[in-house]
Design a protein around this ligand. Structure first.
Ligand code: SF4
Ligand code: SF4
Length: 204
């Protein structure tokens, strides 16, 4: 799938105060953990060498011009869902705000409702992870979309028994349910004026 969107930085202030939108991101992390996207695209204003030295796995395509990406799940995402590189994070991370975040920041929804959506998305994401593991994919270093495609290719190459076929059907449904929620509630629409567009690959 072609790149569509960017990844948001976790909005964590350094002054110690945490507002509602920040609380939301701290409960979420889906735009950094390989659930919503599989990479952050780097661009003007980013320093890939510095980001690499700070621990981000950087990939440079062989195309002309080359496309430079930081892969997800992001190695800078901490267990408490803060960003280890917050001050140095890529431009696209600074630019992206998901739809739920925007709604909350604009007071068009309440924190409790936004947190319910995040919990729902995380449950769906965990369902996908569980089914991937059941099908033998334990590689947590890749995004859900990459892992799903890999398992799909394996299943389509034949040799899977009926039980695995049933689990794969369940996985496909789980991916679909996650994708629907992601598109409806998290991804922002492509907008030519939105600096966050064309930044990362969304889930399939
Ligand atoms: S650097 Fe990684 S953890 Fe930080 S905001 Fe970007 S994707 Fe998220
Ligand atoms: S997906 Fe939205 S709510 Fe979740 S961490 Fe990213 S910006 Fe925050």
């Amino acid at each position: 799938m072609e790149p569509q969107l960017a990844v948001h930085a976790h909005a964590v202030g350094s002054c110690g105060s945490v507002n509602s939108a920040e609380q939301l991101c701290l409960a979420c992390g889906l735009c950094c953990d390989g659930t919503l996207f599989d990479h952050v695209r780097l661009g003007p204003g980013d320093n890939p060498t510095q980001l690499k030295s700070l621990g981000l796995p950087i990939l440079v395509s062989r195309t002309k011009p080359p496309v430079v990406r930081a892969l997800q799940p992001c190695s800078a995402l901490c267990a408490d869902r803060t960003c280890r590189l917050y001050a140095d994070r890529p431009k696209q991370c600074r630019a992206f705000e998901c739809k739920v975040f925007k709604e909350l920041a604009a007071d068009r929804t309440q924190l409790a409702a936004a947190l319910r959506l995040v919990r729902q998305a995380r449950r769906r994401s965990n369902d996908v992870r569980r089914l991937l593991r059941q099908l033998g994919d334990h590689d947590e270093s890749h995004s859900l979309s990459v892992r799903f495609l890999r398992v799909q290719q394996r299943m389509e190459s034949g040799g899977a028994d009926a039980a695995a076929g049933d689990t794969f059907a369940e996985l496909s449904l789980a991916m679909h349910r996650l994708s629907l929620l992601a598109h409806e509630k998290f991804h922002t629409r492509a907008n030519p004026d939105d600096p966050a567009r064309n930044a990362a690959t969304e889930i399939v």
